[in-house]
Design a protein around this ligand. Structure first.
Ligand code: AHR
Length: 844
């Protein structure tokens, strides 16, 4: 790339140079590049993996309001499952009938246990005649018979942890007409079998719903406690218990209904400049009815209805809109509110409304959210509510995303309508479109401030995508990479994942004119109930742990330069990869097809492959009269030739489409389990083009060739030939060469450099993804003076597969060291498998 006024990054390959010493990195401080936005690095919060309830939100009681079993709005329950209404999806235009399993009885008692000693007790979670609050009508009914002791215990989010000397505020409601027995509340250490704090309560009367409170002080540290409410029963009584809440007094910044201190602190450690809330898919909802409604997240937590999160558990809405905005203010972050665009989640039901009056209601809901955050209380009802909640001053809301991962014509229509109105009314807000920004999808978008592409990929993709934004054409909108993570082929998130993310992030940073913001996803996981493969921060009830990826995020944010400077690199040739050895196969995607006359040339001989030899791995396959037919509409059907793999081979065959929306798959380089390999997707993407892709576990992945305009007609036999050599695979259709795929290859070192005005320092970032040291000569051009003393921050691991764990949280952490050998020209050896930041004091 070479654009006027834009940062120039040059890579000169020095393949002929012998040895690593020949490499040099020339940083030209006089060649100022793009600015790096102050809000470049932020965080994305969603109620997934118990990130809020059982995570950041400090409430210690799980299922505090006995509402866990309440069905998602708009769904029905039948035979152990919940069902969404059968409505057309905006994405497929076909009726969707999304469903999920639902264990009603287990949900009712989630977190709770009832025990009797010396008496009998019956218990039931249901709606009393006079509920505590209409929004949260369910409660626990206890019917006690006899003299003895009844314990109602809650085990929290897989154990409650307390700290010696700290105080915990208990609040609960009891409606127990005539109950006269003793009432004790305690925190009980289950591991050690002892009470660590208790109080006896003496309520005057319990004839109606009565709020009871107590402060319990922990006598010792304990990691695995439960909260117990103990009734000393002396006869017959019927009582209702509701909204049982236990909160540490020591929340982050001491806020009421606040956040777990250690979790908030590890987030603060990322120095995030913005926060996106409340999601993610939950913004859209499994159905529209199930979407997050921010207005219901306000007020006394006891009155918050909550809603089932499509990640499989109920969200209490305890960490609501007000708490989110407060957290933004506390950490000095700009707020990003994600609004529903009148579309449900396309991965679930994808239902939507196009009714103008409804659309107007969704739009008004966005206006109200903006007003709640930044409006004037003397002029606006929602701003007045903010003031009443104790915050008369505006909150730092700066961004509004219209939808989440929505796309297609319905979304574009809704977006154009909403953006058109909102931008005029709130010109100070940056509005974000949820699509990736490519020309085709954006062609009907009238105007947007930003777009939001997401990437959940394998390491190769991110290493390869280091220059993705170098090559992208600039448009009149900027880019927010709202969700990204290397979460495939990297265990639970190892050093290789972190290195590849670092490589990708350097590319984003270098292209600061275009990529203005980025946030990793998902942010948090309670390890006792994960929903997602790789998450940035792990926690349980008493620990938190940042993965290597966490430290990459932290290093990038702590060392964000004000602007880039030019880096010219002389580098050894990137390692060339070859296609993995493997076998061949045929298949389809949502298409029916027939295959015949298969011939394989390998190891110097050619043979006819009998169709009986191919084994159906997915789809409905039938071999008859020399034709192998696939008749299902499944995605990624596969019939593969079993046996050992080949290194270089040619497969020829004939294929005919008999129905469906696409063309054919010809697999190559498939491993024995037929899980990983490559495919020529002929007439893919709704029969719009042909390209080679990676394959992993019956799912297609990265595109590794140009996409060519080959489409497939129904009913016609095509002659196909795939020729596989070590580093290239070629597809021929009807005798003509159509598409060449090269084995994916990427460099092992990645770079960016910039200048930090305030510190007066050049900031040079280098990722060495190689397993050997990377020795290079650095030249600081354009520096008036270079101070020999500076610092070096290094994150490294011994093995690419190394991971931090809760038991070994500091296996991979950045180490900062003073360094005294900086000069205009100096040599530096970057450690194997490392991310390094050099901070050099220099004047330009
Ligand atoms: O981060 C997890 C999910 O991934 C988000 O909810 C969604 O936006 C994406 O599909």
């Amino acid at each position: 790339m070479n654009r006027k006024g834009i940062f120039i990054f040059t890579v000169a390959l020095a393949s002929a140079m012998a040895g690593v010493d020949a490499q040099s990195l020339r940083v030209d401080l006089k060649q100022r590049g793009h600015e790096v936005n102050e809000d470049m690095y932020g965080i994305f919060f969603e109620e997934i993996n118990h990130a809020g309830d059982g995570g950041l939100y400090a409430e210690m009681v799980q299922n505090r309001g006995f509402e866990e079993h309440v069905l998602p709005r708009g769904m029905v329950y039948r035979d152990g499952k919940i069902y969404a209404p059968n409505l057309p999806s905006y994405a497929t235009h076909e009726k969707a009938d999304w469903s999920d399993k639902w264990d009603m009885e287990a949900k009712k008692m989630l977190g709770w246990r009832v025990e009797a000693e010396g008496c009998r007790v019956a218990h039931e979670v249901s709606e009393p005649e006079y509920p505590l609050h209409k929004n949260t009508p369910n409660a626990m009914k206890l019917e006690i018979d006899g003299a003895g002791k009844v314990t109602l215990a809650n085990s929290g989010y897989w154990g409650m942890a307390v700290k010696e000397g700290e105080k915990y505020d208990l609040r609960f409601y009891l409606n127990a007409p005539g109950y006269k027995g003793i009432l004790t509340v305690e925190i009980y250490d289950v591991e050690k079998g002892k009470t660590v704090g208790s109080e006896t309560l003496h309520p005057a009367s319990l004839d109606h719903w009565t709020e009871l409170t107590a402060t319990l002080q922990a006598a010792s540290d304990a990691r695995h406690c439960e909260l117990r409410i103990v009734f000393g029963a002396s006869g017959q009584s019927v009582m209702w218990v509701d909204y049982v809440s236990l909160f540490p007094q020591n929340t982050f910044k001491g806020r009421e209904n606040g956040l777990r201190k250690d979790v908030a602190e590890i987030l603060a450690g990322l120095q995030p400049q913005f926060m996106r809330w409340p999601g993610g898919c939950i913004v859209e909802g499994a159905t529209l009815d199930n979407r997050v409604r921010w207005k219901e997240t306000l007020g006394d937590p006891m009155t918050r209805r909550g809603e089932w999160s499509l990640w499989g558990y109920r969200s209490t809405y305890g960490f609501g809109y007000h708490e989110f905005l407060q957290f933004c203010e506390d950490l000095g972050m700009d707020g990003m509110f994600v609004a529903n665009a009148a579309l449900g989640c396309s991965f679930r039901n994808g239902d939507y409304t196009d009714d103008p009056a409804e659309l107007e209601r969704y739009l008004q809901d966005i206006r109200d959210a903006i007003d709640y955050a930044i409006g004037d209380p003397s002029e606006n009802e929602w701003a007045r509510r903010r003031a009443e909640a104790g915050h008369a001053e505006p909150f730092p809301l700066k961004y509004v995303e219209i939808g989440n991962e929505n796309f297609g014509p319905v979304y574009v229509r809704h977006f154009n309508y909403m953006y058109g109105k909102l931008k005029k009314e709130y010109p100070q807000i940056v509005f974000i479109n949820t699509m990736g920004g490519n020309d085709d999808e954006m062609k009907d978008v009238v105007k947007t401030d930003m777009v939001d592409p997401h990437w959940y990929v394998n390491p190769d993709f991110f290493f390869g995508a280091n220059d993705l934004f170098d090559k992208r054409q600039r448009k009149d909108f900027t880019v927010y990479v709202g969700e990204y993570a290397c979460n495939a082929e990297v265990g639970s998130g190892n050093m290789l994942a972190a290195l590849s993310e670092a490589a990708f992030m350097l590319g984003m940073e270098r292209n600061g004119d275009m990529v203005q913001m980025a946030s990793y996803a998902p942010l948090l996981v309670n390890v006792n109930q994960p929903n997602w493969a790789c998450n940035l921060i792990w926690l349980d009830s008493y620990r938190t742990m940042g993965r290597a990826s966490y430290y990459v995020q932290k290093m990038m944010a702590e060392n964000r330069p004000d602007y880039n400077v030019q880096v010219n690199l002389t580098q050894t040739e990137p390692e060339k990869k070859s296609f993995q050895e493997g076998t061949v196969g045929v298949g389809t995607w949502n298409t029916q097809a027939e295959f015949r006359n298969i011939r394989l040339t390998a190891r110097g001989s050619t043979r006819e492959v009998s169709i009986q030899e191919l084994q159906g791995r997915r789809g409905t396959w039938k071999a008859d009269a020399g034709v192998l037919a696939q008749s299902s509409s499944e995605n990624c059907t596969m019939s593969a030739l079993p046996g050992e793999g080949y290194e270089e081979y040619t497969m020829e065959l004939q294929a005919r489409k008999t129905g469906g929306t696409e063309g054919f798959f010809v697999f190559f380089g498939l491993d024995e389990a037929s899980r990983k390999g490559y495919v020529f997707n002929i007439g893919g993407w709704g029969n719009s083009g042909t390209a080679a892709q990676t394959v992993d576990g019956f799912s297609t992945g990265n595109i590794i060739s140009p996409t060519v305009p080959v489409t497939i007609e129904t009913g016609r036999w095509y002659d196909l030939k795939v020729e596989v050599r070590k580093d290239a695979a070629t597809l021929y259709v009807d005798g003509k060469e159509m598409c060449v795929a090269h084995a994916p290859s990427f460099a092992k070192q990645f770079f960016a450099a910039g200048y930090d005005e305030q510190a007066g320092e050049a900031v040079i970032k280098v990722v060495n993804a190689d397993t050997v040291p990377y020795k290079t000569r650095l030249v600081l051009d354009g520096a008036a003076k270079v101070n020999a003393s500076g610092k070096v921050i290094t994150l490294k691991a011994d093995k690419a597969t190394d991971e931090n764990t809760l038991d070994e949280p500091e296996k991979i952490v950045p180490v900062e060291k003073a360094y005294s050998k900086f000069a205009r020209k100096f040599s530096y050896t970057f450690e194997p498998l490392s991310v390094t930041v050099l901070r050099v004091k220099t004047t330009r």
